[in-house]
Design a protein around this ligand. Sequence first.
Ligand code: TTP
Length: 613
Amino acid sequence: MPVAKPESCDSRVIAHIDMDCFYVQVEQRKQPQLRGLPTAVVQYNEWKGGALIAVSYEARKFGVKRSMRGEEAKEVCPQIHLVQVPVARGKADLNGYRNAGSEVVSILARRGRCERASIDEVYLDLTDAAETMLAEAPPQHLEAIDEEALKSHILGLNNEDGSDVKENVRNWIHRCNADHRDKLLACGILIVAELRMQVLKETEFTCSAGIAHNKMLAKLASGMNKPAQQTVVPFSSVQGLLNSLPIRKMKQLGGKLGMSLQIDMGVNTVGDLLQFSEEKLQERYGLNTGTWLWNIARGINGEAVEGRLLPKSHGSGKTFPGPRALKTVSAVQHWLNQLCEELSERLCSDLDQNKRIAHTLTLHVRAYKSSDSDSQKKFPSKSCPLRYGTAKIQEDAFNLFQAGLREYIGLYGGKSEGSHYSGWGITSLSVSASKIVPIPSGTCSIAKYFHWQTSSHFSSIQSPENLRMDATHLSPPGNESYSEVNLPEPKIDFSGEESWIEDTIPGLGLQEQKINVWKDEFQSRGHSLAELNEVEVAEENERSSCSYIRDQDERRREAWSYNIDEIDPSVIDELPTEIQDEIQAWLQPRKRPNNIVKRGSTISHYFSPTKKS
Ligand code: TTP
């Protein structure tokens, strides 16, 4: 966690922009007759009408929630319109949403450094734009202030005396005696209002925004008044905001650290942290985390807005919960081919549009074994250098799968070809391409770059198009080792919803049964139950361990309002950031020394010499 200096963030102007019920808006733009009507977007799976993943604000008024299935939503709001997520290759196709997000990003990036945080969230550093406005057209001299800016919510502004709220905002923006920081925020209000209006005009999408002196505060503020509104956190209101803010609402405190703060330190709100000295927090949580906690209690966060408009990786995945688990190698190969085809398409368009290439292909699998004492063993994630071309990606991904299967289940599993069922099932497959870099500057053309990178692999000169489609082993410079230890594990649980529902044991109360299921889930992720106590709850008894699991799980479900097994694993990077954080906090993989492949091992490690290259 970054250690920030107070001076480094006081006078920045940071905005967090969050699209409103994003997938719904995208679908409503496609079908304008749905605008203003209760609408929800549902997952492609049909069971009980599919899981809701986005709900319009009109539907929310009827009590429709993201945690519901289509059928439940119809019960509370019979007139709701349910729109299916587009499907391609038998799985959700999120390209339309990704592209819609890109449209928004390209507009927002016009006024400042822009970081795409998820499929529908963006951070903007507007400091330079605000300083320029302050120098050239300071808000206190503006006669007309845009209506949208006047609708801003300014935390700490007293609107309770019956006064005209917009007039109060106007006066706040016009204040001549304001300090420099507030004057910059006033500029931020005007700039963000203008940007939001521009987004609406060009894309037809509404968004909400938080405007503050750092990312943390801006993010907190953007969700306070939705939809289509903006909230401002002046410096003088920071402490008031944090004092009553439950710590689990803070980014990074939704997991173990937040739990330990609550249990061990009695900290329930961010403001409660103020009672501890920096030394005390460092003593308890280490130097960096201690300082970070001390800082956030004071609203200090020096995290920079990264100039990043494009995704860091591309992925394509699908879950096969419960009875849909894949049980033959040929079924796995079929789905891998679909996923690789999608991945390859996205890599090619990234190359065409952004002149970027990816270097690493990774396969993540979740599996179970039905007849093995070692049933907790995880299917190892595998990586190799990425070769462009659909057929090559498909071949490499399949080889990675077979290598993983050999490790997972031994030779016995390796022989399970065709339709023969060998006692294992695959509940999730995902392929991803990472280490994406721009083609080095100074390279005259893509074709030349690829030729330079790959000349030793080509037997004859190829056309640029063929080169693009057929480049082999574009390894990044330097020695790479490809093993699971260097790569993120799957960040999500793919266990089937069916097992959640059916996993009931006669004779036990529902709560106990759930605790058992949570325990099983915890163990199936490679954790020992003893590890539950690692959260510095060393002396906690069995009962509190269970409640720890239960609380974690309840919070997780509560916070997501959504079944995690429904989330396409390849889109984790694009989910709202707090959800990414929670998934990571919950499923943070433990080091598994037995599975560690030494650095320096190469792709050849995974393939026997007899395999065709
Ligand atoms: P969110 O920003 O969490 O929600 P939202 O935009 O639908 O609504 P709000 O106005 O409250 O911000 O998520 C952005 C999109 O991401 C959402 O429209 C659908 C998708 N999504 C999933 O596919 N699965 C999930 O579990 C979540 C939380 C979101």
